[in-house]
Design a protein around this ligand. Sequence first.
Ligand code: ATP
Length: 389
Amino acid sequence: MTAPVTAADEQEHAVSSTQPLPGHTAVPADGPPAGENLLEVRGLTKHFPIRHGIVFQRQIGAVRAVDGVDFSVGAGRSLGLVGESGCGKSTTGRLVTRLLEPTAGTVLFDGEDITHTPEARLKEARRNLQMIFQDPYGSLNPRHTVGTIVETPMRLNGINPSQGHKKRVQELLETVGLNPEHYNRYPNEFSGGQRQRIGIARALALRPKLIVADEPVSALDVSIQAQIVNLLQDLQREFGIAFVFIAHDLAVVRHFCERVAVMYLGKVVEVADRQTLYTRPRHPYTHALLSAVPEADPDGTRRRERIRLAGDVPSPVDPPSGCRFRTRCWKAQAKCAAEEPPLVRLAGNPDGHLTACHFPEEPSVEARAEDIVLDPALTGSAESPSNSS
Ligand SMILES: Nc1ncnc2c1ncn2[C@@H]1O[C@H](COP(=O)(O)OP(=O)(O)OP(=O)(O)O)[C@@H](O)[C@H]1O
C-alpha cells in the first residue's frame, strides 16, 4: 500500500514546470498578437424539452437554458462567463465543447463549423477543445490510477508520444505542479486541489488550443483556488491556450480573464474587456452584480451602494417578453416589455464593449470595481503558493 501524498512530497514541485507543449508557442508577456478568432459562437441556443406522459412523452414546453448567445475568443485569449446560478453558463460551456447538441446557432472552432459535426468526426476538434470540470472529486474515475486517467485521452486519440506514454504523463504531472511519482496513485489519495491538477493534466494531454473551465475552483478552499487560478494563468501565458472561464465569483474572473461576458436568463447582456466592464458597466444587471462584491474600504469612505434586485430570477421555461431583466430592473419602461434590446455597441462605449439595454447607465457612472477585494493569494501579495493543494 502506498503512503498518502503529503504536502512535503509536493514541495519540490511547487512551481509548475514550463516546458512548452509541443505544437504550442510560448506567448509573449504582453499576450498573444491579436488574430483571428479561435472560437466564434453565433446565436447559440439550447432548449431542453419538458415532456409529459409515460407512453407518448409529449413535449409540453422547454427550458430555454441558452437562448441566442454570441461571443468570440481569440487564440491564447481568455473570456469569463459570469452570471447568477441557472443563467446558462455551464450549458454554454457544454455546447461549445459539443458535450451537448445545440438546438440552434453555430459554433465555429479554429475555422471549422463544428455545430453539427457527427460524433465520429468530432475527434479532431475535441483534441483541441478540452473541458475542466467543477467537481475534482466526481470527474476522476476512482478505480483508475493517475497515469491511466491522464494517458487515456492520448490512447483514445491514437497519440503515441515519442518518449512513450508514461514519460509524457510524468511530464504533464510536473507541468501542473504534481510529482511525477504520483503516476501509480489513485484519486482518493489526493486533496481537492491536487485532483483538480490531475484534471488539468488530463485536459493538457491532447495539447488543446482552447480549454473550457467550468467553475474550476468553486469547490476548493480560497487559498487553493488562488493556486489553481495561477496555474491556469501560467498555462495560458506559457502555452498560448485560450480559455472560456465559467464562474460566479467576479473577483476570480477579474483576476483571470481579459474579457468578460455577463449572462442573464440564457442571454449575454453585456460583454467588454475586464477594465471597462468592472469600472464602467452600462447594463443595470452588471451594475447590480458588481455592487454585491465586497470592496476594499480601509478608511470607511468609499462604500459602494449595494443594489438589491427585487424578486427572483424568472423561470427559463417562460421568460419575460422583451428584455428578460426588466422584471427586476429599476430602470424598466414600457419599451423593455415590448422589444428585446439587441447586444450592440452603445454611444460612449469603447470598441468591443457591447450592451443589451434600452435604458443603459450613463457612460460616466463608475462602478468603482477596481476596489473589489481580491483574495491576497490571487493578487500575489500572499506567500507564494506551495503545492500542498
Ligand atoms: N439537462 C437538462 N435538462 C433540463 N434543464 C436543464 C438541463 N441542464 C440544465 N438545465 C436548466 O437550464 C438552466 C441553465 O442551467 P446551467 O447549469 O447552464 O446554468 P449555470 O449558469 O451554469 O448555473 P450554475 O452556476 O448553478 O451551474 C437552468 O434552469 C437548469 O435547470
